[in-house]
Design a protein around this ligand. Structure first.
Ligand code: GDG
Length: 459
């Protein structure tokens, strides 16, 4: 059996309980074959040389963790700059938030080249290499240029935008050409595959071959959707553990006279948080019976604070929450509880379970795992209702959720009202169907499908 090598921007020690579904699933796969996980250490060296970083290799059980530090200049141009101020906004259709600063691309290329240089000597001939996400699009091309012949797959966790939006990135052709150095490109949804295919057809006269193969730029790559799932068993265990049970009980006690609506997200403009608060305000306005009886809990964990667009969003959100509380609040009722802190992972399932409505309303999202976690955390006898944006990748799978358009404030308020009023039998039926799909397509399924396809791609 070949050894698995995973490369991602950040890595997690898979043995640590706080690691989360993806880290656990990748950790499992890596442990099975005795794998290598390579990425940024999370350290920034203030006086480091650009394009250079110390490699540190350590063992975590059967998994070798190899990390490199980044110099301040590389961190700012590769990570904050090109990855999070160009690729992240554009791939989420937000040209208005993109910062096409010409200096970023050099850092992005430099770091990918450095990673390739550091990784190459650690590779064995029959390794299978799996690269993750938008920070590392050109990594395979850099590895190939250094003579790497191993099979390499890429999985993009974020959406692929429509071709004309992609074309706004000055280096769009180079980026898309880089993807053809992989043997397999995995995307989250069929919509992403359609955008990818349309781009290469229009911009590179691509030929679509059998078995999801696409030929362009003188190379052939397999492009398919592999919708990522969660680790259902791990999350169920977490939901039944004392911390989650206690959190749920405490919430129910604290809010015994209220119905809870809940969202847990990173504070990111892709997640549609202001739109959610506006819809909730509309709910209180249109359906006054919810005043004093509904409470919206918004947990928005800090994220990428040093990118400007994120501090603007924080201000906007704080203003909106403050206004709802000021306009509608009573001495004994605050409509919104907004928390700008990370809650412990062990508490997340308890929060989900205590909420009658789970609000997952991104403007655009590759998949959105919170949607799946919310469903899995529910009591099947008395489940809450998932209100899900049609613009989340998860909407292609979770058809029994109440699908909403987050730009339509009134429509979303109506759907939240429908969720609050939904009869038990309908809630149970929807929950059962959602659960079956989430269980069938869990994170282990995702990993097996991807690695199975990578085994045969390019063969
Ligand atoms: C990217 C793509 C794709 C959130 N707040 C807290 C917290 N979380 C956890 C959730 C969930 C995870 O973080 C978020 O996952 P998402 O999928 O919702 O979103 P991104 O972080 O944007 O992830 C996304 C994903 O990659 C996987 O491919 O689905 O589309 O954007 O697990 O529970 N966890 C804790 N405290 C918090 O406050 N502990």
């Amino acid at each position: 059996m070949s050894r698995l090598v995973v490369i991602s921007n950040r890595l997690a020690d898979p043995r640590k309980p706080a690691a989360g579904g993806l880290a656990v699933a990748l950790g499992d796969a890596l442990s099975q074959t005795g794998g290598l996980w390579f990425g940024w250490s999370g350290n920034i060296t203030e006086d480091g040389t650009p394009g250079e970083g110390d490699l540190r290799v350590r063992q975590a059980g059967a998994v070798t963790l190899a990390t490199v530090d980044l110099s301040r200049e590389d961190h700012d141009s590769y990570y904050l700059g090109y990855s999070n101020s160009v690729l992240w906004p554009v791939f989420h259709y937000r040209l208005d938030l993109a910062d096409f600063n010409a200096s970023y691309i050099a850092g992005y290329r430099r770091v990918n080249q450095m990673y390739a240089r550091k990784l190459l000597p650690l590779l064995k001939n029959d390794d299978i290499i799996w690269v993750h996400d938008y920070h590392l699009i050109p990594l395979a091309a850099e590895l190939r240029a250094m003579g790497c012949k191993q099979r390499i797959g890429f999985f993009l966790h974020i959406p692929v935008p429509p071709p004309l939006i992609m074309a706004a990135i000055p280096q769009h052709e180079w980026l898309m050409r880089s993807l053809f150095a992989y043997d397999l490109v995995g995307l989250q949804s069929e919509c992403d595959v359609a955008h990818f295919t349309r781009y290469v057809r229009n911009e590179a006269s691509a030929e679509e071959l059998e078995d999801s193969r696409v030929r362009a730029f003188g190379a052939t790559v397999v492009v398919r959707a592999f919708p990522i799932g969660i680790d259902v068993d791990e999350f169920t265990r977490l939901a039944n553990a004392p911390e989650a049970v206690e959190t749920c009980e405490r919430m129910r006690e604290e809010y015994s006279r209220r119905r809870l609506l809940m969202g847990v997200d990173r504070l990111d403009y892709s997640k549609g948080l202001p739109h959610r608060v506006r819809a909730y305000r509309e709910l209180l306005d249109r359906y006054p019976e919810n005043r004093k009886s509904a409470t919206l809990i918004m947990i928005a964990s800090p994220s990428r604070d040093d990118v400007n667009a994120y501090s603007d969003l924080r201000q906007e959100l704080e203003g909106l929450c403050g206004a709802v509380n000021g306009d509608y609040g009573e001495l004994d009722w605050m409509p919104v509880r907004y928390i700008h802190r990370m809650v412990a992972r062990k508490r997340v399932p308890g929060l989900c379970r205590a909420a009658s409505v789970g609000l997952v309303t991104p403007l655009r999202d590759g998949m959105n795992l919170v949607a799946k976690e919310y469903v899995v955390a529910q009591d099947p006898e008395d489940p809450g209702v998932l209100v899900l944006s049609r613009f989340a990748g998860a909407a292609e799978q979770l058809k029994e959720a109440l699908l909403v358009n987050p730009y339509d404030t009134q429509g979303m308020a109506d759907s939240i009202q429908q969720a609050l009023q939904m009869p038990l039998a309908e809630r149970q039926e929807r929950h059962q169907k959602l659960m079956a799909g989430i269980r069938e397509h869990d994170v282990h399924w995702w990993r097996r499908e991807f690695l199975g396809a990578l085994e045969t791609a390019g063969a």
